[in-house]
Design a binder for this molecule. Structure first.
Ligand SMILES: [Zn+2]
Length: 286
């Protein structure tokens, strides 16, 4: 889904304008993370490929494979770079300047990108795996998932919508496209993804449309965001299994997007409060 652009974003991204040197928010950004297209959210560059060029714009010596298209600029001299997914203008690419051993400089307008710090990503850690589940109010799903052996951490957050850095109140409107989700980091040697996915289907009602329990709205929909193809196949297999048992499962299975961590007061909600969930309980379905 394309974001609605501010006038300045439109000036750069659609009308191929250029922000002033040293004016963009990412010129000096050294944090680890990933740079997305501001217009469509496609991943463009990694922080590892960013370097200091003193030109006044964020500089990268390579792009994420396939993410960036090159074409001759209207000025007949330079090579323009655009987002391969949406065609949004990014900047220009130069070669032969000798900044790094790749000898390439993607000179990118900050305003064309959206930086997502590493801690907000759903990237699998070296020795762990990440699962993302949405099954209604995240307080309850988090509470149930945390109790599972092999689970290293569970965080409540938002995923699947178009709004960047959403807050709870915005998600509560049901109009951001985001679902309340939990991000589960687990050790696949101790607990399988399939076991966690089965648990997910048994701690919420996957047949309820448009909400969960007393909570209604798109943000409470039943959804699995898979982080690799194996997870996708496992999730699809379990849905088939439930359908064979007569459950009219409405859970959607979607590729994982950016995970936006929810406000601190939503984390470990029931543990901190010393109570148990009103919206989630275990029901055997398999
Ligand atoms: Zn794009």
């Amino acid at each position: 889904m394309l974001k609605e652009l501010t006038p300045f974003e439109k000036f750069v991204i659609q009308d191929k304008g250029t922000e002033l040197p040293f004016s963009g928010e990412y010129v000096r950004n050294k944090a680890k993370g990933i740079y997305l297209c501001r217009q469509c959210g496609a991943a463009l560059y990694r922080s590892e490929d960013k370097f200091e060029s003193s030109c006044g714009w964020p500089s990268f010596d390579s792009e994420i494979p396939g993410a960036v298209k090159r074409s001759p600029d209207a000025d007949g001299l330079r090579t323009e770079i655009i987002c391969a997914a949406c065609g949004g203008h990014l900047g220009h690419v130069f070669t032969g300047e000798g900044h790094t051993d790749k000898n390439t400089r993607h000179c990118v307008n900050s305003i064309s990108m959206q930086f997502v710090p590493e801690e907000n990503q759903t990237v699998t850690k070296a020795d762990g795996e990440t699962a993302v589940f949405g099954g209604g109010c995240f307080w309850g799903v988090e509470y149930m998932m945390m109790k599972e052996p092999g689970v290293a951490s569970v965080q409540s957050g938002y995923m699947g919508g178009h709004l960047r850095q959403p807050c709870y109140e915005q998600v509560c409107t049901g109009k951001t496209g985001h679902a309340e989700v939990v991000k589960v980091e687990f050790d696949p040697a101790a607990v399988s993804y399939e076991k966690l996915a089965r648990l997910f289907f048994e701690i919420h009602d996957p047949t309820q449309e448009g909400g969960q329990g007393p909570d209604t709205g798109d943000q409470y929909r039943s959804v699995i965001f898979y982080t690799n193809d194996e997870q996708k196949q496992t999730a699809e297999k379990l849905v088939r299994e439930l359908k064979d048992r007569g459950y009219r499962v409405v859970t959607s299975i979607e590729p994982a997007h950016t995970f936006w961590k929810a406000e601190d007061y939503h984390q470990n909600y029931y543990e901190n409060k010393g109570t148990t969930p009103y919206c989630h309980a275990y029901t055997k379905r398999f």
